[in-house]
Design a protein around this ligand. Structure first.
Ligand SMILES: Nc1ncnc2c1ncn2[C@@H]1O[C@H](COP(=O)(O)OP(=O)(O)O)[C@@H](O)[C@H]1O
Ligand SMILES: [Mg+2]
Length: 258
């Protein structure tokens, strides 16, 4: 029985890919088999954090969506990012999206078949015997992404403490509720350290009527890593890593299952 966790935000640059990669790695480190799919097809990026950025991966999610390959062929074993932490069961697989200009243009022109994507999730879970599947998404209110939220047991919605994000989040959370997305949690990212985090949590929870899973400060240490690895694995004892660990534990402890 696997859990599908979808990470979304209203705007780009909010921290979806970094948060997805960190939570996935921390959960894998606890002895789980974890998959990640980059469904941000118009602006892929999470593969960089797993060291697949230098050469365009040969197999991608695009080929599966265009019926030119199996989704399992595009699943790369990236467990090396755990740097020897974890146990013999710990595994991470990543399905990247294509960064080729022609492929991105085709996605922008034609969109993609969400039903086929859902089928892909289940094939991946079955063939790789996954315990968790993380879905990194394209920001905003596009139809494919909103539909893909409905396939998840847990939706993590990331926002920055900023007026544009607050307004966009209100709209998206409202749409997600109408789509009956279950287990919606909020994550506040890039909060200025001088803010009162507890007060921020209470305000955000009261505004969106959804629980805040955690608050991550804006950190130059995180920016310095510049997506060249998994922060919470590289800097195990850093305060940000500890917030991420708490979030990962809430996800694994949550009793929602397919
Ligand atoms: N808490 C943080 N503090 C500082 N920089 C961050 C933080 N979280 C993410 N970033 C940086 O913000 C940028 C965008 O993050 P990314 O995860 O790619 O966002 P998204 O996937 O939502 O577009 C990256 O350069 C990343 O290193
Ligand atoms: Mg991203």
């Amino acid at each position: 029985m696997a859990k599908i966790i979808c990470i979304h935000s209203y705007r780009g640059g909010t921290g979806k890919s970094n948060t997805t990669a960190n939570l996935a790695a921390l959960i894998a480190r606890e002895g789980n088999r974890v998959g990640i799919i980059d469904t941000d097809l118009p602006s892929p990026g999470i593969h960089i954090l797993f060291g697949l950025g230098d050469n365009q991966p040969e197999h991608t999610l695009n080929q599966f969506l265009w019926k030119k390959g199996k989704i399992t062929e595009a699943a790369y074993d990236v467990s090396h990012v755990l740097e020897g932490q974890g146990n013999q069961k710990s595994k991470i697989y990543l399905v990247p999206a294509s960064v080729k200009v022609n492929d991105i243009s085709r996605i922008l022109r034609e969109g993609f078949d969400t039903e086929l994507l859902f089928e892909g999730y289940h094939q991946l879970i079955k063939h790789l015997k996954l315990d968790y599947l993380f879905i990194d998404t394209h920001p905003g209110l596009n139809e494919e992404t909103l539909l893909s939220l409905t396939a998840a047991q847990i939706v993590l919605f990331i926002l920055r403490p900023d007026q544009q994000d607050f307004q966009g989040t209100a709209v998206t959370v409202d749409v997600a509720r109408r789509l009956k997305v279950p287990n919606l949690y909020l994550i506040i990212n890039k909060a200025l350290p001088e803010y009162n985090f507890e007060q921020m949590r209470q305000t955000v929870e009261a505004t969106y009527k959804a629980p805040v899973l955690g608050i991550l400060p804006d950190s130059s240490d995180m920016l310095r890593l510049a997506s060249k690895g998994i922060f919470a694995i590289k800097y195990n004892k850093h305060p940000i890593s500890q917030v991420l660990q708490k979030m990962a534990k809430q996800i694994t402890d949550s009793t929602v299952k397919i």
